[in-house]
Design a protein around this ligand. Sequence first.
Ligand SMILES: Nc1ncnc2c1ncn2[C@@H]1O[C@H](COP(=O)(O)OP(=O)(O)OP(=O)(O)O)[C@@H](O)[C@H]1O
Ligand SMILES: [Mg+2]
Length: 505
Amino acid sequence: MYNNETSGSSETGGTAFRDFYPVNKPFGFVGIEINEDRGTLKYHTVEPTLNKDESELLDRIKSLLIDQMDVSLDVLKDPEQMEVYLRTKVQLLFKKFEREIPSESEEKFIYYLKRDFLGYGKIDLLLRDDNIEDISCNGVMTPIYVWHRQYESIPTNIIYDSEDELDKTIIRLAYRSGRQISISNPIMEGTLPEGFRILLTLKEVSKRGDTFTIRKFRENPYTIVDLIKNGTVSAEIAAYLWLLVENGRSIMICGATASGKTTLLNSLSMFIRPEMKVVTIEEVRELRLHENWIPMVPRPSHQLGVTEITLFDLLKSSLRQRPDYIIVGEVRGEEAYTLFQAIATGHGGLCTIHSDSVDYAIKRLLSRPMNIPAMMVPLMNVLLQIRRVKIGDKVMRRADTVTEVIGLNTSDQVQTEHRFKWDSVDDSYRFLESSGSGENVFKQISNLRHVPEWTLKEEMQKRTLILKWMKKENINTYEQVSEMVHKYYGNPEEVLTQARFEVTS
Ligand SMILES: Nc1ncnc2c1ncn2[C@@H]1O[C@H](COP(=O)(O)OP(=O)(O)OP(=O)(O)O)[C@@H](O)[C@H]1O
Ligand SMILES: [Mg+2]
């Protein structure tokens, strides 16, 4: 009853799927097809097949339902109530058509009605599949691509074959994110109710037709313990960053598209002391923080009389709210300068920047449109370069270098020093001692807090142990990690004793 059986269909030419798994039980599956000759993979959505009669009937039901949708907003928002509503409607319509419908057909109709009215139509399974990180549609008559956790970038069997169909999808995506897209504003960024980030463009600017990109986020964001577990950072790097965040130092995460910058930033924000006031400034809401938190997103203006509020405006006004920490999702333009000013006046700053290397990130900071004066760059204490790397046949994320900005040299050039470095040979991290020149970050904290540097190193070791213990004991959910961090701030000795005891047992 499926449009693509596991053993293959006419379209797949009898090729077996290399992988086949349920995504929306009992009807929605995904099959990964391998073309042995070309060595290429293709992602198939596998849904119930409708015969001609069923297909015509479904179309009729859909248009009647659209005409007669008599449902309150509350019901519309509740999937269970909506299912009851759709079932009753379908049965009423069958009666009206005087047709006896087999229960199997009815179930298939309900599947498609739910998919198309409540879900996202033919891309619905892609949004539900947890293995997918990105979905991109580059126009009409071209397959949608997905970035699959296991198979990386692969084409799908989904194609929008009419401009009208794609237009409708774009409008629905914009509507679901509560924003508008129009010929006068043909580019839109937003967030879907599921928390996924979307970028839409209309054919006015993208010549192959409308496009959309959906960046999916996990319902439960990766915590620092998850990132230690999958090797993105070591427990020692995490402990070092924890100390820095606690002491209001500033960190910039550098990386290419989808390298994991925002994910790492979010996981670091959980180290901020709970009593600290945090302001986050993002183009679209992605971060998830503790209670004492003011999230801000810019407001684009498409109408006369409605003032546009940019990242820059938000950052300026946020300084009046006296936050301890300011987190800017991604610095791109003039807001970078304001962020550096904020750091200069004693606020801690966390942000990400799109960059392939630390050197390039510094170049970006120094040049237009950011224009940070060289003397201010060392205010950003640490630049961490994250990369997507291939280990065996798996794509993993690794904190390639953790670099401290230690000052300026005599010709006013920014001086940096690596503190940690990832070794691709044995997939391990090395700690690199300070050369002693310039102002390393431990020296700064030591001056600020009047504690000797060796106590900071000792503290780093203690926290490394705690994080290793949390990894071992699977204390890794958002709630658990944040609770443990708070507990440590409140009663470090108790947590440490427990960790010492259990990590060695
Ligand atoms: N350390 C990690 N390990 C495994 N998966 C990760 C890791 N970090 C991020 N991901 C996954 O990769 C995808 C992209 O992550 P994220 O949005 O953090 O990247 P980004 O660098 O901020 O991207 P962009 O440049 O678009 O802002 C997400 O689906 C996320 O779940
Ligand atoms: Mg990001």
